[in-house]
Ligand binder design. Structure first.
Ligand code: ADP
Ligand code: MG
Length: 602
């Protein structure tokens, strides 16, 4: 078969250009991406071979080999994984199939620095090879296909690629980078090992490199010392050694994993360039047996609000990779969580459909949800370091000095950071996760009329309630500014009563599911006749009654005039400076919710 020339999909050409320019300052990540593709390919083979062991041919030991040729200036990453057919090479290495690509492209600003961050988040994958190479050759054969149906794919990374059929005995893929002039540093075993150690140590397959040993320089003219010496150097020995730890990170005991390794693993699976806020690594035994390694990111991804955004948890069964984005493992309001769950109970051939119905998955989902909530509770607890109550250590006679551990200190401020990024998603849980509603309510935060923008929890609010105050008051509006300046707040301001300001789109909806907090009812200041109960003194009540009586004729006229527009017209005590305001009936939808539903087309 002759060579065929294909054009890259327009987005790929665009991405290629961006990748090579924007990621220039962080070149070495190309190796992480190519090793991770090799590892994915081995995972896929292992998975397909569950139903077809013949795919292993005569090579059941899956591995990745990294080698270089100084003279040819090439670096090769080879795996004996699933490989690609010709058609697959054309599709997978010429287009971007990932969902959200369009979104992603739209977000790019043209500013190198912020784009580099974004690209990292998206996962540049294969194309990152062009940061260091001006030509890439891929040779591959799909497991199960005959040797004659191999494929060679070649491209200089500008617009087009060539594909031809080749004979390739070896199953799997070899990616060869023809290095650019300024990428010499990657023709060095020490440098390569260092990068592999940094980014790919957690990969569960062995990554092999050929051993080198020092060889003294040789006499140019044998036997003649005056003939001069050729300089000594490292030479290849033909023997291969494993250069990574080759055990999946989550299978190692906690004490053997450093925070840096946890963080690097997070960056590898999330494509986030920042460290996570926190993580939890546990082996769970009991009704269900599984290992969970779950991370809370520091920054929301660009597509958090994308409706078909999947959860970020990878599912493994007994260390065999099963699928990415296993949405059945966590509720959708926790879709920002990243990590790995490795089940000992599920069948290896489990499908997405089966997952939805599995009892084991239900247990995993419940356990993982609880784990995430307790991570958040822990961050919330340490967010602002409050001095312990005086009687906290009543059993000790000595004065207790408040010692904050380094670990606790590191958690300060993290919950606010988390909430600023993900608070709105968490609120979805109020409607979605009935069983954990109370725990979730404790994690919610809102600014208030007296907090000067600082987030307030329901518990904080309750602790500050006025004597005689019987409800937690809140107001909803489209924006914080609108909420703050609402005339409905006048009487609360006058009496110095704190009101929670809710200006998030989901607030109104989330609050539908919460009528009280810890025994105290929640009351919208924009609904019905606000009953200030004991907060209103006798004189005020009397004045209001008298006014209502005196204005009866006027009210009747107003009611008549507004009969198509208003249900009722009342004298109110909730206003101080404004002459009138609109309120909704107690049982009716608030203005805000009505607007929201209208926007949603209902
Ligand atoms: P991603 O890995 O996120 O899918 P990449 O750009 O890294 O994106 O890779 C694109 C696709 O190319 C992969 O999904 C896979 O189908 C294919 N591919 C890349 N490298 C290999 C490989 N070593 N073996 C088999 N397929 C590969
Ligand atoms: Mg990849």
């Amino acid at each position: 078969m002759s060579k065929q020339t294909h054009s890259f999909q327009a987005e790929v050409a665009q991405l290629l250009h961006l990748v090579t320019h924007a990621l220039y300052s962080n070149k070495e990540i190309f190796l992480r991406e190519l090793v991770s593709n090799a590892s994915d390919a081995c995972d896929k083979l292992r998975f397909e071979a569950l139903n077809n062991t013949a795919l292993y041919e005569d090579q059941p030991q899956l591995e990745v080999r990294v080698s270089f040729d100084k003279d040819a200036r090439t670096l090769t990453i080879a795996d004996n994984g699933i490989g690609m057919s010709e058609q697959e090479a054309i599709e997978h290495l010429g287009t971007i199939a990932k969902s959200g690509t369009k979104d992603f492209m739209r977000k790019l600003s043209g500013d190198q620095k912020s784009d580099a961050q974004l690209i990292g988040q998206f996962g540049v994958g294969f194309y990152s090879g062009y940061i260091v190479a001006d030509k890439i050759t891929v040779e591959s054969r799909r497991a199960g296909l005959p040797a004659e149906q191999g494929v060679r794919w070649v491209s200089g990374g500008t617009g087009e690629f060539e594909v031809e059929q080749i004979t390739r005995a070896q199953r799997g893929t070899a990616v060869t980078l023809h290095l650019r002039e300024d990428a010499d540093e990657y023709l060095n075993a020490w440098k390569l090992k260092q990068i592999i150690g940094k980014y790919s140590d957690h990969i569960s397959l062995p990554i092999l490199m050929e051993k080198e040993e020092w060889k003294d320089g040789e006499l140019l003219v044998p036997g003649d010392e005056n003939g001069g010496r050729q300089p000594g150097g490292m030479v290849k020995t033909g023997e291969w050694e494993t250069v990574n730890q080759a055990s999946a990170l989550w299978t190692r005991p906690k004490k053997d994993v450093t925070p840096e390794q946890y963080q690097e693993f997070y960056r590898a699976i999330s494509h986030d360039s920042e460290n996570p806020l926190t993580w939890a690594h546990n082996r769970v035994e009991g009704n269900a047996e599984y290992t969970q390694l779950l991370y809370i990111p520091a920054k929301a991804p660009f597509d958090l609000w994308n409706r078909d955004k999947k959860a970020g948890v990878k599912l493994y069964v007994k260390r065999v990779f099963i699928m990415d984005d296993a949405e059945a493992l966590l509720p959708s309001y926790l879709r920002f969580v990243k990590g790995v769950i490795d089940s000992a109970d599920l069948p290896l051939n489990v499908s997405r459909e089966l997952l939805q119905e599995s009892r084991d998955v239900k247990l995993i989902r419940e356990g993982s949800t609880k784990r995430v909530l307790s991570m958040l509770e822990d961050l919330a607890r340490h967010d602002t370091h409050a001095a312990p109550a005086a009687d906290a250590d009543a059993d000790g006679a000595d004065a207790v000095t408040d010692v904050v551990s380094e670990e606790d200190k590191a958690k300060e401020g993290k919950y606010s950071a988390f909430y600023a990024e993900f608070g709105a998603v968490l609120k979805e849980g109020m409607g979605e996760d009935f069983a954990n509603r109370e725990r979730l309510a404790k994690l919610l935060r809102f600014p208030s009329t007296t907090s000067d923008g600082a987030p307030v929890s329901f518990a904080d609010y309750k602790a500050r309630m006025k004597p005689g105050q019987e409800a937690i008051y809140y107001i909803t509006a489209d924006t914080l500014a609108a909420a703050k300046s609402s005339p409905q707040l006048e009487v609360f301001k006058k009496k110095g009563i704190e009101v929670l300001l809710m200006a998030d789109r989901v607030d109104e909806w989330a609050l539908n599911y919460l009528t009280e907090f810890d025994g105290t009812p929640l009351q919208s200041v924009a609904k019905g006749a606000v009953d200030l109960g004991q907060l209103q003194d006798e004189a005020e009540k009397k004045a209001a009654e008298e006014a209502a009586e005196a204005f009866k004729p006027l009210l009747a006229k107003l009611k008549q005039a507004l009969k198509d527009k208003a249900d009722d017209v009342r004298v109110t005590t909730r206003l101080v400076d404004s002459p009138a305001c609109l309120v909704v009936k107690d049982d009716a939808m608030s203005n805000q919710l009505a607007r929201l539903l209208k926007q949603a087309g209902q």
